[in-house]
Design a protein around this ligand. Sequence first.
Ligand code: PEP
Length: 251
Amino acid sequence: MSRRILIAGNWKMNMRAASAASLAKGIVDAVGKNSPVEVVLCPPAAYLHTVSEATAGTSVEVGGQNLYPADDGAFTGELNAAMLTDVGCRYVILGHSERRQLMGETDACVSKKLHAAMAGNLVPIVCVGETLEQREAEETEAVIEKQIRGSLEGLDEVRAAGIVIAYEPVWAIGTGKTASKEQAEAVHAFIRGLLADMFSPGVAEQIRIQYGGSVKPGNAAELLAEPNIDGALVGGASLKVEYFAGIIAAA
Ligand code: PEP
């Protein structure tokens, strides 16, 4: 089964309104019409509207970097799925390692967000990944399995087919160290097997699994050529049109 490549840019806490608009427009121009690759831009919440406007009527989609799993109410500083869709989002990144490490997000918390995202018609990009210490202790598969089982808790087969998983080894994020294509493919194949076990082989075949961790134009093609790597979640290199466009072109 062929899964459409998904390249998402996680802008993290970067940009200002003017630079966000110009980066988004640059990406729109680079992607053009009828791209075989699906492209998503995930700006900070403050610039979702700006990026939605800059990408309106194009094939480039918009995603949030987080959400709070509740309906409108007394949750100062938060935003929910309805607000993300209202401002033009189709995707939302959940459980990024920075949120797990800096904001103490647990698998149970990611699972609540996942259900809120899906109930609000957003496609969740669920991030998982091991630390260097865990990899060196040969705990990678156990860590990934725990994160996936916990983060997807309560998800049924029908909805599972529509999610995206991003495998992002923590040691490769923002460090310039990329997992080799063999290392990445081994974990992606493990994840697909796990999804087959949790749901069904057919559902596992439909779920896109992105790789993230220092993806650049120079290493994207070989990673994306692996059979179980269905796209990339890109941090640093998504902040420059030429780098991000280079990754899209490599796909
Ligand atoms: C990320 O934060 O999702 C990421 C993959 O960052 P970078 O590409 O900078 O390693």
